[in-house]
Design a protein around this ligand. Structure first.
Ligand code: NAD
Length: 484
């Protein structure tokens, strides 16, 4: 299978915070890989802009080092990197002052798509947006890309939306949730809406429950200051897990177009019931022989911020009433694994009798590692001895299905940045979606504060606190094991 690469038109992309961690780890390597794939024309300009006093040669060195360190692939060896560096420029600017803005404008061309990536803390978004307008860098066709966290709660998200809206229209604003750029997430839509097989069964009549797990093995050391102000609910559930839930639960949009998709996602968020606090488990990792505790990774030794959340929620609409959604995410867990599991109901009647056993159909959509989709179906256990049933996987591993081309499947940032340049907002969050998600999570967080709730400790390398297992056991269900 040969993947088709459709080149984009040449563009000017300014990366504010170009010397920062996100730019070096994700954005610059992603751009390089798209360049190697032949998608980015040679006369494109990628301009780093940050506070650091540096010239273009210095930033080219930063870029080359970042690409080598964080995955440039074959292009690092065959001379493509040197070619790509010709696209790279740099300007020292102060987001909060006047320094550098006229010079930065001088680096931009008329008549090409202009995109501005805000890879800086959200407190600078307003300053950047204002200066882009004041200094005449942006026009009504320019695009701005903003990273999470998009607000700390509903109030701050509204304020951020309002600030950006003073300078840019909604169709110029690209709010990134990199989970939406993952190949499997888009495949989820292809599987749901490109086949007749699943959609008739995709409802409370046939689906027993859905699990969404985003498990990480890393702890919060190194970003403890940021994380402790945020916690798993704000850092993961409000954005990534809710976006996944939306894609699983939404009605088929009339077209695969930005507002059609985002309208349907918004309806899901609005249909979420408030979560009963008995249905939420908060956890914080403790220490063991090899791992320091959460509290030693943050400034406050008595911190009650959660590094783990598990919850049960309901989408109250005709399709889903009666089918619970279980969400869980955490740091320092036993494996790094993100997956969505759709567990179908038992067959209504077993014609094979009680000895044959029953097995449920389970559709697993894996986001990482080993992106792919697996469907477990029931068959007869081979061999003599009557009819005994087993469940076996019908597997669609991308690595196997696409062969060598699987290596060329773009990662989330590659896809999303190219979508910005193409002007396709389908995989970006709209302002009202973000606000609706905060409106759902705020009362949960506020409830913890009001009740003075302390997170349950859990062993590093485990699957989280015992209570998270109980959350499902109480309902006669169990989590799929967290496995890589
Ligand atoms: P960082 O601290 O590593 O980099 C910040 C960048 O902003 C630097 O280039 C710095 O020079 C620039 N900067 C700071 N103040 C400035 C000013 N007044 N004028 C001009 N430039 C200024 O931060 P980061 O980790 O790259 O994160 C950037 C944003 O992306 C943050 O909002 C973060 O929450 C978000 N984010 C980061 C990651 C990640 O993996 N690092 C992941 C998701 C989201």
């Amino acid at each position: 299978m040969v993947s088709r690469v459709i080149p984009v038109d040449r563009f000017d992309l300014v990366i504010f915070g170009g010397t920062g961690d996100l730019a070096r780890r994700k954005i610059l390597p992603a751009l390089f890989r798209r360049y190697c794939a032949g998608q980015i024309p040679q006369d494109t300009r990628i301009i780093g802009a940050a506070r650091s006093d540096m010239d273009c040669a210095g930033f080219r060195q930063v870029t080359a080092d970042a690409i080598r360190e964080f995955g440039g692939g074959r292009g690092c060896e065959d001379g493509t990197l040197e070619e790509f560096l010709d696209c790279i420029q740099y300007e020292t600017v102060d987001a909060k002052g006047d320094m550098g803005w006229d010079a930065l404008r001088g680096r931009l061309r008329d008549g090409v798509t202009k995109a501005f990536y805000f890879s800086v803390g959200p407190s600078l978004f307003g300053d950047l947006a204002q200066r882009l307008r004041d200094f005449g860098l942006a026009d009504d066709h320019s695009r701005v890309v903003v990273e999470k966290p998009f607000g700390h709660d509903l109030e701050t998200a509204r304020a951020l939306n309002a600030t950006l809206a003073q300078h840019f229209s909604e169709d110029q604003i690209y709010r990134i949730d990199h989970y939406l750029g993952k190949e499997t997430v888009q495949n989820l839509m292809a599987v749901r809406f490109g086949n007749v097989l699943f959609e008739p069964l995709w409802n409370a009549q046939y689906v027993d429950h859905i699990q969404i797990t985003v498990a990480e093995t890393v702890d919060v050391s190194g970003r403890g200051m940021y994380y402790d102000r945020s916690g798993a609910m704000r850092d993961m559930v409000q954005n990534h897990l809710m976006q996944l839930l939306c894609l699983i639960a939404m009605e088929p949009p009339a077209r695969f177009e930005p507002d059609a998709v985002r309208d349907e996602k918004l309806k899901v968020i609005r249909a979420l019931d408030p979560v009963d606090y008995h249905h939420i488990v908060r956890g914080q990792y403790s220490a063991n022989d090899t791992q320091a505790s959460y509290r030693t990774h943050v400034e406050d030794p008595r911190s009650t911020t959660e590094s783990f959340v598990a919850l049960k929620c309901n989408v109250s609409n005709w399709r889903w009433a009666g089918t619970p959604f279980y969400l869980r995410t955490g740091k320092c867990l036993k494996e790094r694994s993100s997956e969505i599991v759709v567990v179908f109901k038992d067959a209504p009647h077993s014609i094979f009798g009680p000895d044959a056993g029953t097995h449920r159909n389970v559709l697993t959509i894996r986001l990482q590692p080993n992106e792919g989709i697996t469907m477990r179906v029931t068959i007869k256990e081979p061999g003599p001895g009557g009819m005994r049933l087993v469940d076996v996987p019908l597997d669609m591993s991308f690595a196997e299905a696409l062969g060598p081309d699987a290596e060329d499947v773009p990662d989330a940032y590659e896809r999303l940045i190219m979508d910005v340049i193409r002007g396709n907002q389908t995989l970006f969050m709209r302002g009202d979606e973000v606000e609706a998600a905060w409106a759902w999570t705020d009362p949960i967080i506020e409830g913890w504060r009001r009740r003075g709730e302390v997170p349950k400790p859990y062993e590093p390398g485990s699957t989280g606190p015992e209570d998270a297992l109980m959350l499902m056991h109480r309902d006669g269900r169990k989590w799929r094991d967290i496995r890589a």
